[in-house]
Design a protein around this ligand. Structure first.
Ligand code: NDP
Length: 420
């Protein structure tokens, strides 16, 4: 594929042409790439070998009452029923007085790892003795952070094996997620240490286990608000508490429990221009901190079983500035819609969304089951995949529900009959 060589040096138009010349795309496919490229100049700045913008749907979740303030929550997701479930969970909490949240400082860990260590204890004490100097070097590498009230705060040294030692710097990244800042600060410290210490540095990079940037949301729901057809609120609450216990005991269940939480958290992260892989890895690493992989949230019956209390703590290495937040115009719009003004507020919204999502999923799971609520939305996706036009979807979905069928072939058959 010689014509694709140096793809990264070509202009956007040349790249599309090269794909055409190699007969890798048709004229129609080129048109699709062109049509989807909402802002080629921005895309070309953001990533390498830019082709087009891959669109995901954005919607709004309602009913978020957090620390007595109301929020509209933009969510970007391709999964049907996430936004409906989010608003449903939030509405129950709204009737219960809302979410109460707290956030810790916004510190990110950066690691400088030494290998081939001859005497780990000696290296540990040498590094600890140099704390002041090392923090100073880190701060000099990104002085604007300290000027804003952030910067390197403290360090710790962990002996990982007799020959492997990690020097961890806790860095307050203020309003930014901080990965790039932390990495450049670490490299400055690593360069200094290479001259001071004979032990080789294996690598220096931030840690995504952001356990010094935690956000917690709590809600207390009178059990009667959880009632569903054919099951009382008391029974739903008891079963939700049991499902929560299950997620503490069984990693197979915990993985799905946490996936449901992250359905909401990721959707907000994307809407707010944040790195959702960083948030995902932080959440799942944090979920295993006590030894076993566990559910990130907990639900417990309180006050003579009249109230179900939900708590969720998440590491949230997120940014209100930096990364793609200023580059992607929709992020600014979403900040405006949510009316958040700081990274702390963003964390409060995200952790509340995670808890609302979890509430809605557990309530459905222990009552009518997850599929009933999902079904109409899932069916819409199946009918669209069968080739229906948007105007045809509702009719075909209703017919499939009458037939109690959910498969693609039935959707295609019904559509074909519709077109006869
Ligand atoms: P940036 O590199 O964009 O740095 C943050 C920017 O925000 C700086 O330019 C800073 O200005 C500016 N800023 C303005 N106001 C503030 C304020 N009040 N507080 C803090 N900063 C402010 O982004 P990050 O360092 O946050 O890095 C995030 C990006 O790194 C994401 O895109 C992520 O995907 C990526 N990344 C993630 C990794 C991971 O998770 N493992 C690894 C590597 C990259 P100034 O320069 O004047 O201080």
């Amino acid at each position: 594929m010689t014509n694709l060589s140096k793809f990264y040096q070509k202009t956007w138009m040349q790249r599309l042409q090269a794909l055409m010349d190699q007969q890798l795309i048709s004229v129609e496919q080129r048109q699709l790439l062109e049509k989807s490229a909402t802002d080629p100049a921005v895309g070309d700045q953001q990533i390498e070998n830019y082709l087009t913008h891959y669109g995901l749907p954005e919607g709004l979740a309602f009913h978020y009452l957090i620390d007595q303030r109301r929020y509209l929550v933009p969510m970007v997701t391709e999964e049907p029923s996430v936004i409906a479930a989010s608003s449903h969970g939030a509405a129950i909490v709204e009737k219960s007085g809302g979410f109460y949240t707290k956030v810790t400082d916004h510190l990110l860990w950066g690691q400088i790892v030494f290998e081939q260590v001859a005497n780990a204890e000696k290296l540990k004490s040498l590094l600890e003795q140099q704390q002041e100097k090392l923090l100073q070097i880190a701060n000099q590498a990104h002085p604007s952070l300290q000027q804003r009230g952030g910067g390197a705060r403290y360090l710790r040294v962990r002996i990982l094996a007799s020959d492997l030692v990690s020097l961890d710097l806790a860095i307050d990244t203020q309003q930014a997620m901080g990965a790039n800042m932390v990495n450049s600060m670490l490299e400055a410290v690593a360069d200094y240490l290479r001259e001071q210490v004979s032990t080789p540095v294996l690598l220096s990079v931030l840690s995504n286990l952001a356990d010094q940037a935690l956000a917690t949301a709590v809600c207390r729901i009178p059990v009667e608000l959880l009632a569903r057809p054919q099951i009382t609120g008391q029974q739903v609450a008891q079963k939700m508490a049991a499902a929560s216990r299950l997620a503490q005991l069984d990693p197979y269940r915990a993985a799905t429990h946490n996936k449901g939480i992250m359905n909401g958290v990721d959707a907000v992260a994307i809407a707010m221009g944040n790195d959702w892989r960083a948030i995902e890895s932080a959440a799942h690493a944090f979920a295993v901190k006590k030894g076993n992989y566990r559910g990130l949230s907990q639900w417990q019956l309180k006050s003579d079983e009249s109230v179900l209390e939900g708590t969720l703590t998440l590491p949230l290495p997120v940014g209100f500035v930096g990364g793609s937040t200023k580059i992607v115009p929709l992020v600014q719009l979403n900040h405006h819609l949510t009316a958040i003004k700081s990274v702390g507020e963003l964390e409060k919204v995200m952790v509340s969304v995670g808890l609302a999502q979890n509430l809605a999923a557990l309530q459905a799971l222990v009552s009518e089951g997850i599929q009933q609520g999902h079904m109409r939305l899932q069916l819409r996706a199946t009918v669209l995949a069968a080739g229906a036009q948007p105007a045809e979807v509702a009719t075909i979905v209703t017919k499939m529900q009458q037939l109690q069928r959910t498969d693609l072939a039935t959707a295609q058959n019904l559509l074909a009959k519709e077109h006869e």
